[in-house]
Design a protein around this ligand. Sequence first.
Ligand code: GUN
Length: 282
Amino acid sequence: MAQIIDGKDLASRKRTAIAEEVKAFSARYGRVPGLAVVLVGEDPASGIYVKNKKLACEKAGITSLSWQLSADTSQAELLGLIDELNANPGVDGILVQLPLPGGLNEDEVLLRIDPAKDVDGFHPFNMGMLLTGTPTLVPCTPRGIMEMLRDSGVELKGKDAVVVGRSNIVGKPIALLLMMEHATITVCHSRTKNLAEKISRADIVVAAIGKPEMVRGSWIKEGAVVIDVGVNRTEAGLKGDVEFEEASKRASLITPVPGGVGPMTITMLLENTLIAARARMS
Ligand code: GUN
């Protein structure tokens, strides 16, 4: 039976440490780190994520400033807001919640954010720095996963890791981070052939496809480490991308949904905000 990687517990330990560091920052520089959170439209899931992010900031002593824009906001208006936030000295981090409503150009919005304030790590500059092996601000979910693996003492060197999903938010950056730790990476996606067979050879599986229980438990190799990034609302409740019950009979370590990767993503956002704030003061 697999041991559970308790993301909530690790997140709580890390948030206590971050709150202390925020205090030290404020004492040293006479100001509190600030995160600007921009939500466009009424997507209910995005609304919940944003609320949780703001709450976590407050608990850590980080000022959160928020902008709730209507779904019919124009590209020019949104870019204008980004310009203001880039120029605002009290703003250390800018987070535009994705996905944006149809009609808005996400790539152009992300490109407009000052890379030094890009606490999501989605700007092509920060993505490029990660690609070349000199990471700056790194996307929060992949960073959270790496922290969980490190805290659980998982050896990555020489291991076979299969990443399911090729998004800019999770799949691509986690593949790069695992590669930097000397794992051998296979990135699978919707067109991959023989997915079950590829997963069955993996020492580490990261599932980030957004399809409930798509990774079957019977595909997991005995003793593998399973990281489930999925958050899928189904009639049977919140489900991950992995068939948890079956997978946990075979895995050595597995993350639950909820209480696994999710809390770590927000924790890394707090840490990225602190990192960005410190870098701007130096
Ligand atoms: N939507 C889903 N995940 C994320 C994230 O990590 N950051 C932002 N900004 N939007 C998201």
